[in-house]
Design a protein around this ligand. Structure first.
Ligand code: SAM
Length: 220
């Protein structure tokens, strides 16, 4: 699943035709509980699920799957050059790092020539709106161009959650400057069957403004 709209890889085929996933080495970045790796393994691919959070990987381990789990920072991948055919990430790692080019360059390094990276992030336009599912989430409340990160702190003032904003242009430049060719930018529309509402996500907003941006990048 690429995002809250509900677009899944069976429908989107952004990693290529499902029958060609068989035997492919795939790196999932910011895997969380490794849902994507579980699906990839079911297609016959050989995924590796990577996340910086040990706790998330404990969930992945509890649910299980025939693939390795790796606890590491996406900005310092513990793999040899050219180890993977594909890399993917559904809202993993990239929205949470101050230097996305570091991550993208690392991913490019571990991909084989011709390899593909597909990653989804919150659509940058959402930054300008309150994160509310109702009508209050439809009025611009901040600058789309303000790159100040969103930070939540604990009582001691330590950052416990940080999200970094990049404009759409920033993201395109990050991809290209890291040596990838951008072959598609998918903005999934909110489908009629999806009536769910959670956090800032809702059919009301989904029908009016994009919520997810999916970047399809090739390492030539
Ligand atoms: C919003 S969750 C997405 C999880 C999963 N991809 C999914 O679709 O449910 C973001 C994940 O990125 C991970 N993450 C954040 N920064 C990271 C980094 N620098 N390196 C690797 N993983 C990171 C978090 O630990 C978290 O599991």
């Amino acid at each position: 699943m690429w995002g809250p709209e509900g677009l899944d890889e069976v429908e989107a085929e952004l990693l290529g035709p499902p029958e060609e996933l068989k035997g492919r080495d795939v790196l999932e970045l910011g895997a969380g509980a490794a849902q994507c790796s579980r699906w990839l393994a079911a297609q016959g691919a050989r995924p590796v699920a990577l996340d910086i959070s040990h706790r998330q990987l404990q969930h992945a381990l509890r649910i299980g799957g025939p693939f390795p789990l790796v606890c590491a920072d996406a900005g310092a991948l513990p793999f040899a050059d050219g180890s993977f055919d594909l890399a993917c990430s559904a809202y993993g790692a990239l929205p949470f790092v101050a230097d996305p080019r570091l991550v993208l360059r690392e991913v490019r390094r571990v991909l084989r020539p011709g390899g593909r990276l597909v990653f989804s992030v919150t659509h940058p336009i959402r930054w300008a709106f309150p994160d509310e599912p109702g009508p209050e989430g439809l009025s611009v409340s901040g600058s789309y161009f303000d790159r100040t990160p969103y930070v939540e702190q604990d009582e001691e003032g330590r950052a416990v959650y940080v999200e970094h904003h990049r404009t759409l242009g920033d993201r395109v430049r990050d991809v290209v400057a890291s040596g990838f060719r951008l072959v598609d930018l998918v903005e999934p529309e909110w489908p009629g069957w999806n009536t769910s509402e959670w956090g800032g996500w809702s059919p009301l907003r989904g029908n009016l403004i994009p919520g997810t941006a999916i970047f399809v990048c090739v390492r030539d």
